[in-house]
Design a protein around this ligand. Structure first.
Ligand SMILES: [Zn+2]
Ligand SMILES: [Zn+2]
Length: 56
């Protein structure tokens, strides 16, 4: 199992049911991972491939 790290706070995600994982909506290349906490507070994420930033 690969380890997932939240794109916003860089915390490792372990059994976080509220966490989400999706491909960058802009380029579709990079995988964005967000933990439950960052989703709740609406923390921004940034795509490592194209630099796209967004709350969603
Ligand atoms: Zn986070
Ligand atoms: Zn991207």
């Amino acid at each position: 199992m690969k380890k997932l790290t939240c794109n916003s706070c860089k915390k490792e995600i372990t059994n976080d049911l509220g966490a989400t994982q999706f491909k960058c909506p802009e380029c579709g290349k990079a995988e964005i991972v967000r933990c439950k906490n960052c989703r709740e507070i609406g923390a921004r994420y940034k795509c490592s491939a194209c630099g796209f930033e967004g709350p969603n």
